[in-house]
Every structure is written in structure tokens, then in C-alpha cells.
Write a protein that binds this ligand. Structure first.
Ligand SMILES: NC(=O)c1ccc[n+]([C@@H]2O[C@H](COP(=O)([O-])OP(=O)(O)OC[C@H]3O[C@@H](n4cnc5c(N)ncnc54)[C@H](OP(=O)(O)O)[C@@H]3O)[C@@H](O)[C@H]2O)c1
Length: 277
């Protein structure tokens, strides 16, 4: 699996498996399927209520823990420093794990600088290997890094062919924070799987529209974590490393950007002005 080296020197697989909206009752089976076909990076969250099932699948796989890259996300409104620390340890207890590879603030929670100090200390104490944010846009990101000792390793934001996030990608590159796409398949919306441009580009390589959509992101150095409960789709979504999109094909896919997100999430990336940064 190709990796991206984060700003702390730790390597993260460029492609992983996400479990948002995977029902807790089937999460263990899905994650075991994902592991069996080669996924080693797993993305869960407190909010998804399936952290424990992800972790039990990892144990049941029999594969050593250190071969995985496991992400979770804190979800707690306006916690104090102490509450944030305790909250992360709650994830570790639920997962029966000694450490996580990456912990994110799921979205700006209020008192984000307090959460961040807790995260920084949890890195020093060995509970977290890397720390990052999710759904942080220029203002919230700037507020956080203003007082931070550690720059976020990752910012996980909605990014896909219909919402390409070019301003945020530029800003994060300048700051040394890797962009991780959530919803890399646009959550199946906008007819992505039969989109004529993606289908035509895919036909030239013997690939599906989904594979072109993922390749388009990976080729820009963006980390992707597609979700599927179907094993054959898990296999398909991983099979994106034996072809490259040409510059013309990248340009064709770039035209699909609508500049809007899918579900009304904060989109202040659109207001990013490099001169004001
Ligand atoms: N940080 C955040 O706020 C945030 C928000 C949303 C998501 N996430 C993370 O990002 C991950 C991925 O995003 P997502 O789950 O929202 O959406 P996604 O991965 O863009 O799309 C998932 C949808 O596509 C379908 N699908 C997957 N592969 C397919 C294929 N090859 N052909 C046809 N259909 C396919 C899935 O259906 P089936 O399952 O039926 O195959 C599902 O309906 C999440 O699981 C989660 O870990 C984070």
C-alpha cells in the first residue's frame, strides 16, 4: 500500500476503510472483510458508535496491531482539558487498545485549543501517535494553530470530484497538514457511479467510475477512506494503484467541481483569501 509521510514523520496508508453509517451489528464482519482484502488503515469515530467493533475485528484478524493505522475522532462539546483527555482514554478503553495511530477533533467543538493541548500531551504520554482535525476550515484551523505546539498532521474534510476543495488543499499544503477526504465517493450522490465523464475516463483504463473518482484524489496526494459494506466493492475500491490518469483526464474530472458541498456542511473554504491568511 502506498503511504503518505505525515508532518511528524509517521507513514499513513493513502487508502483506508471508513465505517461511518456501518451499523454496529455488522461492523465487525465488514472490517474483517476489509482486512481480509488488504485494508490496514481503518477510520472510526466516537460518533459512529462502532469503535469497539472495529477494534475487535482487528484482534480477530490475528494480524499484529502495529501493522494497522487506526483513526478515531473525539466528539464532546466544549470539553475542558481534563475532560478531553479522559474522553480519548474512553475510546482506548472501548477499543481495548494501548494507543491510536491518529485522533481527530471530529469538528470544531468549542474550546478546541484546550482539546488540542490534551491531544499534544496524550502524544507525549504515548496514547496517540498522531493528532489532527476534521471539518476545520481556514478560520477554525487558524484559531487552532495560533497557540499550538504541534501542527495538525491531518485535516479530514469532505472532498470528492463534485467538491474538489482546491483552496483548502493549497492552504493545507502550505501549512504542512495532509488532506484526508471524507466522502471520497460523494457518498454515492450526484449519480457518481454512472457519471458519463468518470465512466468514459474509466473505460480507457478498464476501470469503474468509482475507481476513477478515487484515483483522481490519490493522484493529488489526498488520503481516501471509501466505505462499502460489500466485499466486492471493497476490493474494487482498493484496486486503484495499477493505473494513472493523464493530464487531460485529470482536467476532464476537474470540470466536475461544483464548488459546493453535498449536505450543507460549513464551506468557508470558499471564502479563503490567501492574502488574508
Ligand atoms: N469526518 C467527518 O465528518 C466524516 C463525515 C463523513 C464520512 N467520514 C468518513 O469517511 C468515510 C467515507 O465517507 P462516506 O462513508 O460518507 O461515503 P463514501 O465512501 O463517499 O461513499 C459510500 C457510499 O458509496 C457506496 N459505494 C462504495 N463503494 C462503491 C462502489 N465501488 N460502487 C458502488 N457503490 C459504492 C456505498 O454503498 P455500500 O456500502 O452499500 O457498498 C455507500 O453508499 C466514512 O465511512 C467515514 O469513515 C467522515
Amino acid at each position: 500500500m502506498e503511504t503518505i509521510t505525515l508532518n511528524n514523520g509517521i507513514k499513513m496508508p493513502v487508502l483506508g476503510y471508513g465505517v461511518y453509517m456501518v451499523d454496529p451489528s455488522v461492523t465487525e464482519r465488514c472490517v474483517l472483510d476489509a482486512i481480509s482484502v488488504g485494508y490496514r488503515s481503518l477510520d472510526t469515530a466516537q460518533y459512529y458508535e462502532n469503535e469497539a467493533m472495529v477494534a475487535s475485528a482487528v484482534r480477530k484478524s490475528g494480524i499484529p496491531r502495529d501493522e494497522f493505522f487506526i483513526t478515531s475522532k473525539l466528539c464532546l462539546s466544549r470539553p475542558t482539558y481534563e475532560q478531553a483527555k479522559e474522553n480519548v482514554k474512553g475510546s482506548l478503553r472501548r477499543m481495548k487498545m494501548d494507543y491510536l495511530d491518529l485522533m481527530l477533533i471530529h469538528w470544531p467543538m468549542g474550546n478546541d485549543s484546550g482539546i488540542w493541548r490534551a491531544f499534544e500531551d496524550l502524544v507525549k504520554e504515548g496514547y496517540l501517535r498522531s493528532i489532527g482535525v476534521s471539518n476545520f476550515y481556514p478560520k477554525t484551523y487558524a484559531d487552532l494553530v495560533k497557540n499550538a505546539s504541534v501542527i495538525p498532521a491531518v485535516n479530514q474534510i469532505e472532498t470528492h470530484v463534485f467538491y474538489q476543495q482546491r483552496p483548502m488543499i493549497q492552504l493545507m499544503a502550505e501549512q504542512g497538514t495532509a488532506v484526508e477526504s471524507w466522502g471520497p465517493l460523494a457518498e454515492g450522490m450526484n449519480g457518481i457511479f454512472s457519471h458519463p465523464v468518470l465512466t468514459e475516463v474509466g473505460a480507457a483504463h478498464g476501470k469503474t467510475a468509482a475507481q476513477v473518482a478515487l484515483r483522481f484524489l490519490i493522484q493529488q496526494g489526498i488520503i481516501v477512506i471509501p466505505k462499502s459494506v460489500h466485499k466486492e466493492r471493497m476490493i474494487q475500491n482498493m484496486d486503484v494503484f495499477d493505473f494513472s490518469l493523464t493530464e487531460n483526464e485529470m482536467a476532464a474530472v476537474r470540470t466536475l467541481d461544483t464548488g459546493h458541498n453535498l449536505e450543507g456542511w460549513p464551506a468557508d473554504a470558499l471564502k479563503y483569501n490567501p492574502n488574508e491568511w
